[in-house]
Structures are given as structure tokens and as C-alpha cells.
Write a protein that binds this ligand. Structure first.
Ligand SMILES: O=C(O)CCC(=O)C(=O)O
Length: 283
């Protein structure tokens, strides 16, 4: 397994929509963007202001238990947002993490303070998403299941992200009917997963204010160096047929997978795991 540093880095003031499309979206290449936060009022956000504005909302959060691999978008517990913000205040480890949470929809004022950057806007804009977790949180290896493009901007704390291009999907033991893998690339076990010897990945540190562009279909896994909070922006795939086709496929796959899990229980997961080694497609 080889880790590379990401040499593509750019400052927000040097980006135009056309350039971004031509240099990064169409070639499907990741890039580290500096300065995005400085152009928004969110650069002045404090934990106190977030506690005041969002602390009373209840949020769905995930724990670290390995699940049956049928979904990764439904939370396992409901806690007050204050509880999660407290993790950052104390830079504390926790079993809980908030994932793809559109909580800013509940507070329009805050949402407007961190707008989707112009170069990333699209028709049918998706809401901003919040990601929050304790120190040492590990986000499972996955790719965004609608093949959308993503930006992730770091607001509090630091995290590490590993990015793997979609053409190496066959090395990653994807769980069938889902877009996740149970491999932990931060502590890769080459004996268990010998194919990883061939893997080439980027490993990038996201500091306060950094934004990473996660192109469509790119696998990513994150390790929270500190308890941290980021905002994600999403852009539909530039080819609407990809979105339509994937949407239809997921619409059929997800209930089927959940139904089989209900009927067959652990045997369904065992069967899917036995297939992972041979699961080469990335549809
Ligand atoms: O930062 C995180 O916790 C996860 C980010 C992620 O998976 C994404 O932006 O797609």
C-alpha cells in the first residue's frame, strides 16, 4: 500500500467555475482548496454560538459498532446537539459521530453564513451537511452512493482523510448492495487483505479552514485527529443519467438488502462478505 501526498492545491480566489469543471470535476481529480472559510461569515463561528443556535436540537448519531452492512445513513441513537458540541469543547473521544446531517436546514441564518461556493453550485442544490465526531473517530471506508461530487470544509479540529480512486475499487472488498467496505485503511491488515499491497492512495491532513474536493466515486475514509466538525457541500453528478440510473438502482437495492437481512439475519451478511473478494463492479 502506498500513500501519496496530494500535490493539487489551490486558493479559493484562483478558482473559476469553468476552471474547476475542466481541471477537477471532468478529470475526476481530488484537490485541496485553501481559504474557502475566510470568504464566509462562518469563519467567526464559535462553539458558544453554535450551542446557542443549534444545541437544543435532537440529532441522529452513529456508534462504532460494526453493523450488518445494509445501510450507513440511518443513525443508531438520538442525542441533543449540545452533547456532540461538548465533545469538541473538551476534545474528547467518543463512540458517537454525526454523519451527513442536514441540521443547518433548521437554522436558515447559520446556513446562509456558510453558502455553497459559486464554483460548486448546481441545479437542485442539496443542503449543506454537518459531520461531527469525537477525537479518534474513524469513519468507515465508503464512496458517496449517488456518485455525487463532494466538498468537505474543516471548521473545528483536524482530521486525516484517505482517498482512493474508483479504478482501484476491486482491491477494497466492497460490501454488495452498498457503497462501504469493512477494511480500515488506517490500520490496514495486509495478511487479511493481500490485495491492498497494490493499493495507491492519497492521505491528507485537513486543518482548520481546509476544504477537500472528493470527486464522484472516490473511496474515502476519515480519522479524526481531534474532536472535529466539518461542513459538506454536494453537487449532483454532471451527467443526470448517472444520477437517475443510480437513484433507480439504489431504490431497488436498499429495500432488497434490508429485506434479505431481516429474513436471513447473519447468514445474509456472511454470504455478502464471502462475495466481497470478487465484487469488482462499482455501480
Ligand atoms: O468527515 C466525515 O465525518 C465524513 C465525510 C464524508 O464522508 C463525506 O464528506 O462524504
Amino acid at each position: 500500500m502506498e500513500f501519496h501526498t496530494l500535490t493539487d492545491q489551490i486558493h479559493i480566489s484562483d478558482i473559476t467555475k469553468k476552471d474547476f469543471l475542466e481541471k477537477w470535476i471532468i478529470p475526476n481529480k481530488p484537490v485541496l482548496i485553501k481559504g474557502l472559510l475566510d470568504e464566509t461569515p462562518a469563519k467567526n463561528w464559535s462553539l458558544e454560538s453554535l450551542e446557542k443556535e443549534l444545541g437544543h436540537f435532537k440529532v441522529k448519531v452513529f456508534d462504532n459498532q460494526r453493523k450488518n452492512g445494509t445501510s450507513y445513513l440511518q443513525g443508531d441513537h438520538v442525542v441533543p446537539m449540545n452533547h456532540m458540541l461538548q465533545l469538541i469543547r473538551e476534545n474528547k473521544s467518543s463512540d458517537l459521530r454525526m454523519f451527513v446531517n442536514p441540521i443547518l436546514r433548521k437554522n436558515k441564518k447559520l446556513a446562509q453564513e456558510i453558502p455553497c461556493p459559486d464554483f460548486f453550485k448546481c441545479a437542485f442544490q442539496l443542503p449543506n451537511l454537518m459531520f461531527l465526531g469525537g477525537k479518534e473517530t474513524i469513519v468507515p471506508l465508503h464512496f458517496d452512493f449517488m456518485f455525487d461530487d463532494g466538498l468537505l470544509t474543516q471548521l473545528f479540529g483536524r482530521k486525516e482523510i484517505i482517498l482512493v480512486a474508483p479504478n482501484q475499487s476491486h482491491l477494497l472488498n466492497r460490501i454488495p448492495f452498498n457503497s462501504i467496505s469493512f477494511i480500515n485503511l488506517f490500520q490496514a491488515d495486509i495478511h487479511q487483505y493481500p490485495a491492498l499491497k497494490e493499493l495507491k492512495a492519497y492521505r491528507i491532513t485537513l486543518n482548520h479552514g481546509d476544504t477537500i474536493f472528493i470527486p464522484s466515486g472516490y473511496w474515502h475514509q476519515l480519522l479524526y485527529t481531534d474532536a472535529s466538525l466539518s461542513i459538506g457541500f454536494r453537487k449532483w453528478h454532471r451527467n443526470p443519467f448517472v444520477t437517475l440510473q443510480t437513484g433507480l438502482l439504489r431504490f431497488l437495492q436498499i429495500p432488497f438488502d434490508k429485506g434479505m437481512q431481516l429474513v436471513l439475519g447473519k447468514y445474509w451478511l456472511q454470504w455478502k462478505m464471502s462475495l466481497t473478494k470478487h465484487h469488482r463492479s462499482i455501480s
